[in-house]
Design a protein around this ligand. Structure first.
Ligand code: NAD
Length: 497
């Protein structure tokens, strides 16, 4: 009998009134493990209402007290993160060690947010004008909405909510309906850490819940992560309702290998970045551009490594797990069929994988294509599966042109031993996150994460100082205290003297 998962509001579970439910599945077995309550419009009202009611007191809670709660949350998370990793593996399918890695990357943002007193410090100018002082502050927005994708059930929400909460906002998180349990587990952890009721809330659901948040007058901002068409829709809808929006979209990440690169390192990293998390990462490498006649050697090295990978149930120490759903497996297999039909060379075929698993999970093994043409759908589309496409090119310039012409601009990497070439690449590539001999250049929490072009709508990236700015509004106060030297009427525009 599958359990029922509810929303979380005001410090406890909330069944809601939706009357609609979605299946939550274990992708390694195909088994339905829970029924998820999908929010109605009235549930959106209830949950946003709880967050709005909690805002005035949380906004006025001192920085010292807020920081204490954040430290307590960090300690609990650190002690119990293996539990959260197991929950992620059970609903997403990624292998347990990878799930643990995602929790650790989210924890780094919590640690960054523990420094909130320093991060929201303003400036002060004494005597900006004679006996007039000016100071700046950053204040919280109010209720903030976070809408997250299936592929990082813990890390992506944690890109946002630790900073939002630390800055004095209250949060409504709408997780992906495929992987809701991580958000509910984190909500309980906040309560245990001493966060007041209503500051962190979880609204489960689909488009009804999302649209409710995008249009609700009490929701001040939206942080969205997901596919590009939905990101664009979210950006346009929420900004037209007066909200501040950061909407992170899809990706097609290229790895450029120059002939002077260490080809063993490049092959290792192409495999790690192409097949890790079964390719379901927005920073996964999906196209390897190889320049200058080392294609045969590189493809041989990647193929050897790919053939040695173990695909299977994420609880069994395999290298990669299943895809998230039957639909995802069908979509990815369809791309492999299309690549083969279009004439690319299938070097390793993941359609025939024999997974290490007991049941009929949604498995596709790692797949390597060579001699891929840039017109083929395996090159043009975001596949979001364990498929690497090798494109052979003659020159560095051709490679950079391809990357810069791509509609996406999330991540990219260059592999070379030439510092000058690497520096030039970092300078001229139109992509938000660049790796030099590093294939998945996800920035640390104190830098900001975000792509360019169709990989991000809005101008503020996630976490780091940009995250602090996103979740706060600036205010400048100009003050003069009564002094016998002041007074008198002057209707002119104030001038500094
Ligand atoms: P998705 O766009 O299907 O879903 C994301 C969120 O939007 C979910 O919460 C979902 O419930 C909601 N949603 C889905 N359809 C909707 C609709 N029609 N109207 C309103 N809301 C809707 O994305 P996904 O499949 O969960 O995640 C994979 C995608 O996310 C990939 O494209 C990946 O590149 C992208 N992603 C990007 C980043 C980044 O940092 N740029 C990070 C992670 C994932």
């Amino acid at each position: 009998m599958a359990t029922t998962l509810h929303h979380w509001q005001n410090g406890g579970p909330f069944a809601g009134t939706g009357g609609r439910f979605g299946d939550v599945t274990n992708p390694a077995t195909g088994e339905i493990t829970a029924q998820l309550a999908l929010a109605s419009e009235s549930d959106v009202e209830t949950v946003v209402g709880a967050a709005a009611a909690a805002f005035p007191a949380w906004r006025d809670t001192s920085l010292a007290q807020r920081t204490q709660v954040l430290f307590a949350f960090r300690e609990l998370l650190n002690a119990r993160k293996s539990e959260l990793a197991a929950i992620i593996t059970a609903e997403h399918g990624k292998v347990w060690s990878d799930a643990l890695g995602e929790v650790s990357r989210g924890q780094e943002v919590v640690e960054f947010a523990c420094g909130i007193p320093h991060l929201v410090k303003g400036g002060f100018s004494e005597n900006a004008s004679t006996k007039v002082d000016v100071h700046s502050v950053r204040q919280p927005l109010g209720v903030v909405g976070i809408i997250s994708p299936f592929n990082f059930p813990a890390m992506v929400p944690m890109w946002f909510f630790p900073i939002a909460i630390a800055a004095g906002n209250t949060v409504v998180l709408k997780p992906s309906e495929k992987v809701p349990s991580a958000a509910l587990w984190l909500a309980e952890l906040w309560t245990e850490a001493g966060l007041p009721d209503g500051v962190f809330n979880v609204l489960n659901g689909d488009k009804v819940a999302v649209d409710g948040l995008l249009t609700h007058p009490d929701v001040q901002s939206i942080s969205f992560v997901g596919s590009t068409p939905i990101a664009k829709y979210v950006y346009e809808t929420a900004t037209s309702h007066g909200k501040r929006v950061q909407a992170l979209g899809g990706a097609k990440n290229h790895m450029l290998v120059l002939p002077d690169a260490d080809l063993d390192l490049a092959a290792d990293q192409a495999v790690n970045a192409g097949y890790g998390s079964a390719g379901e990462r927005c920073m996964a490498i999906s196209a390897v551009l190889v320049v200058g006649g080392v294609g045969d050697e590189l493809v041989t090295k990647i193929a050897e490594r790919t053939r040695g990978l173990r695909t299977g149930d994420g609880t069994r120490g395999c290298d990669l797990g299943p895809l998230v759903s039957a639909a995802a497996r069908q979509r990815v297999s369809g791309y492999i069929d299309a690549g083969e039909a279009a004439g690319a060379t299938v070097v390793v075929d993941g359609r025939t994988v024999r997974p290490d698993a007991d049941a009929q999970g949604f498995f596709v093994g790692p797949t390597l294509f060579d001699h891929v043409d840039t017109e083929m759908s395996i090159y043009t589309d975001e596949i979001f599966g364990p498929v690497l496409a090798v494109v052979r090119l003659d020159t560095y310039d051709e490679a950079v042109r391809l990357i810069n012409d791509n509609p996406y601009g999330n991540g990219t990497a260059i592999f070379t031993n030439d510092g000058g070439a690497a520096r030039r690449f970092a300078n001229e590539v139109t992509v938000g996150m660049v790796g030099v001999n590093v294939p998945v250049p996800v920035p640390m929490a104190y830098y900001s994460f975000g792509g360019w072009k169709s990989s991000l709508f809005g101008d503020t990236h996630a976490h780091g100082t940009e995250g602090v700015h996103f979740f706060t509004r600036g205010k400048v106060v100009t003050s003069r205290w009564l002094d016998p030297s002041h007074g008198g009427l002057n209707l002119g525009f104030p001038q500094n003297t």
